[in-house]
Design a protein around this ligand. Sequence first.
Ligand code: NDP
Length: 505
Amino acid sequence: MSDQRAIERAAERRIGRGTDTPASWGLGEGQAIPWEYAPAPEARDIVQLKSRYGLFVGGKEIAPRSGEWFTTIDPSTEEPLAEVARANAADVDHAVGVARRAFKREWGELPGAERAKYLFRIARILQERSREFAVLESLNGGKPIKESRDVDVPLAAAHFWYYAGWADKLDYAFPGRVARPLGVAAQVIPWNFPLLMLAWKIAPALAAGNTVVLKPASSTPLTALLFADVCRQADLPAGVVNIVTGPGEIGMALVRHPDVDKVAFTGSTAVGKLIGKAVTLELGGKAANIVFDDAPIDQAIEGIVNGIFFNQGEVCCAGSRLLVQESIAEPLVEKLKDRLSTLRVGDPLDKNTDVGAINNAAQLAKIEELVEAGVAEGAEIFQPACELPERGFFFRPTLFTGVAQSHRIAQEEIFGPVLSVLTFRTPEEAVEKANNTPYGLSAGVWTEKGSRIFSIVKRMRAGVVWANTFNRFDPTSPFGGYKESGFGREGGMHGMHAYVRLEDR
Ligand code: NDP
């Protein structure tokens, strides 16, 4: 749809609602006011980038034994941001040894109430430095500043607050048992929520008395390295948190290290399968967002948009398959197209941006390939006529209708701003189609009938099911999947379970 057509449609909707255009604006009756958002860039000078970042081991920044470095970039401009240490197996071995010593000498024996003080301190510092973290997260990851500011950073701090609260109450979390820490936790995290995934992993591990070695994704190491500074500021004992940066093979060296006691991984199903079973795995998803004909349509539209375009759709629990009851499919898709036409795509640091940059070139290529496959397989594509920046990894919000269950865009995780719309007639058909996936991470149900919500949710093979909302996260709530979406739960008391050994009293 052209920009002109978008303006005309907006005008049509205005007429439909009976809004008069004041004569003083000099516009004809029913004519929309042509206006655009002025740029509202967040200042980036709050972030003091260093030209080089070493590894964070034993409470200090050290040069890698490998002697090698790599460049991390801003995906919205492709400009380099800093050089980062490229660890090798000897660096990993060193970090695990340091974490082991910190566990034995101090952290593993520290009373829960003392551990809690450090976690509370970290939470407070994250809040105090929240703007710095939000800007850096958007700079290095490509996500809109309004999301890193309002979701990623506050939720990361909330995880530290929450698990700080448990640190001295493990006897209540596991009544009748004694909860002992496991030892050294090896943690590998992805690029879609770099700081938040760090918090999901580090907060429960530390609260339970473990020490950690964490490897962030190669394309987004900077907020993890800024977090190292938070650990120093909080006076966290040296070696309790260690951060090693480097490629995937370093992740493998870490999770396979003979002296680690616990492995936690979030990322692709393919790598999760390589890592194996004795771990917590948070992997991919292909969530169904089911809309019944009695759903509050305007709310559902916002939920659908949030479900798939939040974080550019680079979300393991994204509602990437929209299942709409056939009787409302046509008007709902029309409304959805209108709504897509209002999404602002562009500079992640602009406070008005709804859809930022795709995190890396390989991910953009994967999205493009799957979208081409959708067109080739016969689905009908819709993309709003928004302008994309000339440089950087951007992709238009995309909607596919006429999607068959066999299409790749209905089966494979795209991990991008692409929504596939399918229809159903009966609740049974909706459940069958929703569960027809190798994944089982999340789902959504939109209906005004509470009884229907319960009857559908009971039959869904998904770890999280949202009712009349989508993509809501809370540190008290467990999160995780079935089937190829992984196993184990993170968040809530369940998340604590993965970091303790329970003994009889
Ligand atoms: P990966 O699973 O490859 O990366 C996730 C993390 O694992 C990164 O830190 C990565 O390091 C590390 N890693 C890579 N290879 C190995 C290995 N062999 N052993 C141990 N650790 C390893 O995901 P990608 O970033 O390549 O994304 C590919 C696809 O995965 C996406 O298109 C998306 O579908 C899915 N994905 C799912 C996520 C989720 O939250 N469930 C998150 C990210 C991606 P490095 O960055 O250095 O390669």
